[in-house]
Ligand binder design. Structure first.
Ligand code: DC
Length: 218
């Protein structure tokens, strides 16, 4: 069984997917972490990320995902990149990496193989639209831009006390623009997706709504 959750940056996809997967006893597969780990790998190996979308030859990327104490760990070619995934520099550069079609292909193939063996809740930007258009249930999580910026500010300010609401809002707007206008796999509402707006809802309330749909289908 595959349940997909797509939506823009800061809409709460990951937190919702995490809680939903716990309630269903499914695996939470965070697809963005593969793009983030690839970004960390490419930085470490001195690739010019800003021109990434035009690279036709990409390095060998052998992904391993496993779960240690419930935490998704991402390895590339045997090295663990989990601790770097949420760094702000990675957040800024990951969209460039995600616009490379060869990297997308490697990640898409990996996701398809991984999910054959597990019941999964997968969150991302193209999961219900391009990677798993035939998923059992597809959700699209939306949220007002100011609320998304507030949520991200709360996460970021521990790591970066000087960051402002305006900075974060600007970064999110740029990412929305980029994700929605990408040539390959842009962020769209997948066909047949159930749209939930999380602006005034807690994570628990969003998950309760999702469970109502899931139980109605099963
Ligand atoms: O959701 P996130 O912020 O962790 O995603 C990191 C980057 O990867 C972001 O630029 C969007 C991209 N991404 C994607 O293109 N397709 C996905 N399924 C997930 C993420």
């Amino acid at each position: 069984m595959i349940i997909t959750i797509d939506g823009p940056a800061g809409s709460g996809k990951s937190s919702v997917a995490e809680l939903l997967s716990k309630k269903l006893n499914y695996i939470h597969f965070n697809s963005g972490s593969l793009y983030r780990a690839s970004t960390a790998f490419l930085i470490e190996n001195d690739f010019d990320i800003r021109n990434m979308s035009t690279y036709s030859k990409i390095p060998h990327l052998c992904f391993t995902v496993n779960y240690e104490n419930g935490i998704q760990k991402v390895y590339i070619n045997g090295k663990d990149y989990t601790n770097q995934l949420r760094d702000n520099a990675i957040s800024i550069l990951a969209p460039k990496v995600s616009s490379n079609k060869n990297i997308r292909k490697v990640i898409d193939d990996f996701q398809k193989i991984f999910t054959r063996k597990h019941n999964c809740v997968i969150d991302g930007r193209d999961i219900g639209s391009f990677v798993f258009p035939d998923a059992d249930i597809k959700f699209y999580l939306d949220c007002d831009i100011d609320e998304r910026a507030r949520r991200r500010l709360n996460e970021e300010k521990m790591k970066n006390p000087n960051i402002t609401f305006a900075d974060i809002k600007q970064q999110i707007l740029q990412r929305d623009e980029f994700d929605k206008n990408k040539k390959i796999a842009p962020l769209i509402i997948p066909k047949d997706a159930i749209i939930i707006n999380s602006t005034d809802l807690t994570i628990e309330q969003v998950v309760d709504k999702m469970l109502l749909y899931i139980n109605a289908v099963n």
